[in-house]
Ligand binder design. Structure first.
Ligand code: FE
Ligand code: FE
Ligand code: MG
Length: 164
């Protein structure tokens, strides 16, 4: 990366890269969980749920892109093999073994809540010591908060519908 851009980072750059690689692994696993969930989901409101899951999958892939760009800017290397995603992940991967809409939505809500905690902690740790990473993490956090809200809204609609 640019030497001045690296110099202004007021904390251990390798540590920031490590935190970002953990988030990077999370984003790929979240992407795949949404992508596969959209393929296999079954039950009421299926079409609306598929649309939402595919939108979120695209957002998670975009987050992976944002995080990897920042890793590279900091002179790091985005984790080079999917095998390591499970060593690094904060939020893990919830296998969608039950394709019912409620189960898929609940699993993804759990994933979003973990992502919100991870980016909130990252923002707290990095703060103004690394304003560029901070700004990126705030942008991603805004999306994750929106994702949680969307999914909880769909779960409410589904609950109302199933009660009738
Ligand atoms: Fe994300
Ligand atoms: Fe998300
Ligand atoms: Mg959405």
């Amino acid at each position: 990366m640019g030497t001045k851009g690296r110099e202004i980072v007021g904390m251990d750059v390798d540590h920031v890269v490590e935190l970002l690689n953990r988030a990077f692994a999370d984003e790929w696993l979240a992407y795949y969980q949404y992508w596969l969930g959209a393929k296999i989901v079954a039950g009421p409101m299926k079409e609306a749920v598929i649309t939402e899951l595919m939108e979120h999958a695209a957002d998670e892939l975009r987050h992976a892109d944002m995080v990897s760009n920042r890793i590279i800017q900091l002179g790091g290397t985005p984790v080079t093999t999917p095998k390591r995603w499970f060593d690094l992940t904060n939020c893990g991967y919830d296998e969608p073994s039950d394709p019912f809409v409620r189960a898929i939505i609940e699993q993804n809500i759990k994933g979003e809540q973990c992502a919100i905690s991870v980016y909130h902690a990252l923002i707290g740790e990095v703060g103004f010591k690394d304003p560029v990473t901070y700004n990126m993490a705030v942008q991603i956090l805004q999306d994750e908060v929106e994702h949680e809200e969307d999914l909880q809204g769909m779960l409410e609609d589904l609950t109302v519908m199933l009660k009738r």
